[in-house]
Design a protein. Structure first.
Length: 468
């Protein structure tokens, strides 16, 4: 067993119970001086003391030795990219020191920054909600996104459940739907019916527990029908697992729990259709070719792209990606993030980013090197995706997705071959959106920034009317 230094957690555990170091020492059968050294990380935690802590304080020893600092540091780095924090930035050693020695302060700082961001977003949409408390109330979508981010967008218990189910139901990618239908019927008595769109207006799926029926709209293609069946199967067979995952969260309402269960069921469905080891192996063999992955596992490019963000298993990680989906107006309709890419947190409404250009070239993957205001660089891959069509009035249901990673991983991605990674001329400088972007002399600026003041010269006209 590796040495475990848990000083901060030990101190929090003791203080939460109003104990002195001597009190804790008496309970654990060690000296107060040893407790003091443990809290200062001057001594590592022995197995005997770890077991005593588990017995005396009723805590899971794995919670004590699990290191969540990387996730915290990533969240700190994302927060500090906010233009609000201009000037000198703390380096990585300072962030590690803060996360290790003042975790409560760091947690409060991140909560404050989240409230700050939420307030800014509400103010930019002023007039849509007049209730004062709504300025600091996070939507279920935002809360669930943060929950997934805190878990590195990876839930190994669902991965293992998907692997176990696949072992019970041997199949290949193109017989998955039949296997799911058979399992739903043989084990749970559910019959799957494909219904005309007229019978399920504006609805893709109905799970009727009373009648033991699952209705799928004919608006869904084969790949999405398979995904929906895997999703429902998770809700039926793994409801206790989903509840256990969300039980330790501090979701403020039942709506937040329900929304999280939906997203976790989606996670399971992807894990079942694209088994972890096989999918990661294929991704590495093809250098993360989205079309090859989609074909190999009989899924859509969007499903394959989203699955790539979840490959964060300890000891067998893939490239850490973010995933973003936007509509034609730039509204974010889905987001997952295993990187420090801040636009994936706030939106994608920067016209310099070719995510929006993708609408002009349907189905074509557009690679781009982008640089954020803090000079972090990412390789992004943008393309369109299609939504189900219910009628003539809903034909234009196209969205755009973007998959991206830090540029240091670009040589592992096949699409980087189209770019000169050494050329400064191929780097596109983007921002979160015009309201929050501190860049000067941007020809695409559409609003005055609220984070800085632009110069105005009556004798000169710049590229836009916002700056001269």
């Amino acid at each position: 067993m590796e040495k475990a230094f848990v000083g901060t957690k030990l101190r929090q555990l003791r203080r939460a119970r109003g104990q002195t170091q001597s009190d804790m020492a008496d309970l654990l059968g060690i000296s107060a001086a040893y407790v003091n050294m443990l809290e200062k990380n001057q001594r590592s935690l022995s197995v005997n003391v770890l077991m005593a802590l588990s017995d005396q304080y009723g805590v899971d020893w794995r919670d004590l030795v699990t290191d969540n600092s990387q996730s915290t540091i990533a969240n700190l780095r994302t927060a500090l990219q906010d233009p609000f924090f201009s000037g000198q930035q703390p380096d990585l050693d300072e962030l590690r020191a803060a996360a290790g020695h003042a975790p409560v302060l760091v947690e409060q700082f991140l909560r404050l920054h989240q409230s700050h961001q939420t307030t800014l977003e509400r103010l930019m949409r002023l007039g849509t909600d007049g209730m004062p408390e709504s300025l600091v109330q996070l939507s279920p979508g935002a809360v669930v996104h943060d929950f997934f981010r805190q878990n590195a967008n990876h839930f190994d218990v669902l991965e293992q459940a998907a692997e176990a189910m696949a072992d019970e139901e041997p199949h290949d990618a193109y017989t998955t739907q039949h296997v799911l239908q058979q399992r739903l019927f043989n084990r749970h008595g559910y019959k799957v019916i494909t219904s005309p769109v007229e019978e399920l207006p504006d609805t893709l799926r109905v799970w009727d527990e009373t009648e033991r029926m699952i209705y799928l709209s004919e608006a869904l293609d084969h790949r999405n029908r398979t995904f929906q069946l895997a999703h429902v199967l998770c809700l039926i067979e793994l409801s206790d697992t989903l509840s256990a995952i969300t039980a330790l969260s501090d979701f403020p309402s039942e709506a937040h729990h329900s929304r999280c269960h939906v997203e976790l069921a989606n996670y399971f469905a992807a894990a079942f259709l694209m088994p972890y080891e096989a999918f990661l192996t294929k991704a590495e063999e093809t250098k993360y070719d989205l079309d090859r992955l989609a074909s190999a596992f009989a899924v859509s490019p969007e499903q394959a792209a989203q699955r790539l963000t979840t490959l964060q298993r300890e000891g067998r990680r893939g490239v850490p990606f973010f995933f973003l989906r936007v509509d034609k107006a730039g509204n974010v309709t889905k987001r997952f993030n295993a990187t420090s890419f801040s636009i994936a947190e706030h939106g994608g409404a920067c016209p310099v980013w070719n995510l929006h250009t993708a609408f002009r070239t349907p189905g074509v993957i557009l690679p781009q090197i982008v640089e954020l205001p803090d000079q972090q660089r990412f390789l992004t891959l943008s393309r369109t995706t299609e939504r189900p069509v219910f009628s003539m009035a809903t034909q234009d249901r196209r969205l755009a997705i973007s998959l991206g990673c830090e540029v240091t991983h670009a040589d592992r991605i096949i699409y980087s071959r189209a770019l000169d990674l050494t050329s400064e001329g191929q780097v596109s400088k983007i921002g979160i959106n015009c309201h929050l972007c501190p860049r000067h002399n941007c020809g695409q600026r559409a609003h005055d920034p609220i984070v800085t003041e632009l110069s105005t010269d009556t004798k000169r006209r710049g590229e836009t009317r916002y700056e001269s």
